[in-house]
Design a protein around this ligand. Structure first.
Ligand SMILES: [Zn+2]
Length: 180
């Protein structure tokens, strides 16, 4: 099992980040930083708030993690966050061995909340994932079956959890981006 340095909650953003993240990058802050960091692409809107990328972004950046963490599930993510995701997933599974991951979704080109008037979701860059969405729905109340330690395995490495947002909770959702 990997060693993950633990922070007190308030210190998380100000201390030097754990080796793992330090070796990589802090989460981009805001939509323009997301596009700058993960890459720009052109796209066409489809129905239902979905979209399709029309250039080489997907081919150049999105990779498929097969049987990720031994879950039997495949997940498509951006090449820059996929290694961090896999390390955090393994850590979450080690901390919460009884918690079963039954559903995982990553790269998915669409607008936030499937609303074409909203910005593109971070899923469009492959820098977000959803887990067990049947038990962790989006809504005005926080509903989740995720153990706090499972969530912490990601948030301690600077993943942004939708269950910690204000106004609307998206407990299934984790993204490696802030301010959007
Ligand atoms: Zn999501």
């Amino acid at each position: 099992m990997m060693a993950v340095r633990k922070f007190h909650r308030k210190e998380r953003r100000v201390l030097p980040m754990p080796n793992l993240v330090q070796a990589q990058f802090p989460p981009p802050n805001g939509m323009s930083a997301v596009a700058k960091f993960y890459g720009k692409f052109s796209y066409n809107d489809l129905s239902g708030g979905n979209a399709v990328i029309t250039d080489s972004f997907e081919r150049d950046n999105i990779i498929t993690l097969k049987n990720t963490g031994g879950t039997g599930l495949n997940l498509q993510m951006h090449r820059l966050v996929a290694p961090l995701f896999e390390v955090c997933l393994k850590d979450a599974m080690a901390r919460c061995p009884k918690y079963k991951i039954r559903m995982l979704g990553g790269f998915n080109v669409r607008h936030m909340r499937h609303d074409p008037k909203m910005p593109l979701s971070i899923h469009s860059w492959g820098a977000a994932f959803d887990v067990n969405w049947d038990k962790n729905p989006m809504g005005s109340k926080l509903i989740t079956d995720l153990p706090p330690e499972w969530v912490a395995a990601f948030t301690e490495q600077c993943w942004n959890w939708g269950g910690s947002w204000k106004g609307i909770f998206d407990a299934m959702h984790f993204q490696y981006a802030i301010g959007c």
